[in-house]
Design a binder for this molecule. Structure first.
Ligand code: DAH
Length: 343
């Protein structure tokens, strides 16, 4: 009996070595440990037979069992260390970063051509003492038409096909609405520009878009005349398009200015000779202008015996198309990155 138990213990010790050698993971090791040393493990199993031994033999067998346990524990400890080292190495290997690999290039953004030109226009006006004003795109009929001397059923409304929300509320068709809002807020002297989006019912084609931008200007002060308007436009045109550019104003009609003018600049392609670009005219129309109609000033409580003013409104897209030599307004709204990058 004694021999039998001792043999069994020896057997456990001998096979433990081989079994440990085959372990591939911490999990397997843990399982083997339970199998060998656990409460229902092989060693405990053998020791449970001790009761059948005569008492005087038990100490020797007990000691042998302890030695086997100590031996196995020692081996498991070593195996565990080796496993952990191997697993760490494997992890490091997998997570290795190759810092010499080429990086991913980031695409740099660029200002939209409309922003480029608008920023230049703003800078030019700011340098002449103007400030920048703004107003809502969803606007009351009053600011967009009525206060600008365009009553309901006035034929001038026909030229600006309007998106209405209600009888009273619309998408502004012109930044001229900001003139009224500005005069409500501040007293003369006034010197503002108001760039912004405007809306008109229009089919999209190469020269039309239902959304576009205007740059409004308003100056109200003592002794303002048409020559101040012409002079300011001259300075701006030269700043934007170069020293050789000339401006031209010709009679036009707007209900909120009197007299009114159409503003053109000399074609910077041909210098005024006439070319394909300016359709042979030598001039390119960029907007409207005029002396603020006294009716408008008086509506806002400005004394027309003391004050007068000029105003203008220019189409931003027109300036941009000219500047970049583009002939289709849709290019400015589609935002095709290939096109924008080519500018
Ligand atoms: N608001 C006009 C339009 O959209 C343009 C315009 C003309 C603005 C004359 C003005 C102006 O300020 O004085 O057609």
């Amino acid at each position: 009996m004694e021999l039998n138990i001792k043999e069994q213990l020896e057997q456990i010790r001998a096979t433990a070595k081989d079994r440990l050698a085959q372990i591939g993971s911490s999990e397997e090791l843990e399982n083997l440990k339970v199998k060998l040393l656990g409460k229902k493990g092989e060693l405990t199993n053998v020791l449970s037979q001790m009761g059948k031994l005569p008492p005087d033999m038990r100490p020797a067998v007990g000691q042998a069992a302890n030695e086997v346990r100590a031996f196995i524990e020692e081996r498991i400890k070593t195996a565990k260390q080796q496993l952990e080292e191997r697993e760490l190495l494997r992890k490091l290997e997998n997570e290795k970063l190759d810092v010499t690999l080429p990086g991913k290039a980031h695409r740099a953004g660029k200002k939209h051509p409309c922003s480029v030109v608008l920023d230049e226009v703003k800078d030019a006006f700011i340098s002449m003492g103007f400030t920048v004003a703004s107003g809502p795109e969803v606007e009351y009929d009053y600011y967009n038409f009525e206060a600008l001397n365009i009553p309901k059923y006035h034929p001038a409304r026909d030229t600006q096909d309007t998106f209405y929300f209600t009888d009273d509320i619309l998408l502004r068709t012109q930044t001229s609405s900001v003139q009224i809002r500005t005069m409500e807020k501040i007293k003369p002297p006034i010197r503002v520009i108001a760039p912004g989006r405007v809306y008109r019912i229009d089919e999209v084609d190469a020269t039309h878009s239902p959304i576009f931008h205007q740059i409004e200007g308003l100056v109200v002060d003592k002794g303002i005349t048409m020559s101040h308007l012409k002079g300011s436009l001259d300075i701006i045109a030269k700043k934007l398009f170069g020293e050789n550019i000339k401006t031209r104003i010709r009679p036009d009609y707007f209900p909120f200015t009197e007299p009114s003018a159409e503003i053109s600049i000399s074609c910077f392609k041909c210098g005024g000779e006439g070319c394909k670009f300016c359709k042979g005219e030598g001039w390119i129309e960029i907007g409207g202008a005029g002396m603020v109609n006294p009716k408008v000033l008086e509506l806002l409580g400005i004394d027309t015996n003391e004050y007068s003013g000029f105003a203008f409104g220019m189409g931003l897209e027109r300036l941009v198309l000219r500047r970049y030599n583009i002939d289709d307004i849709r290019m400015l709204f589609e935002n095709d990155v290939r096109f924008l990058e080519s500018l």
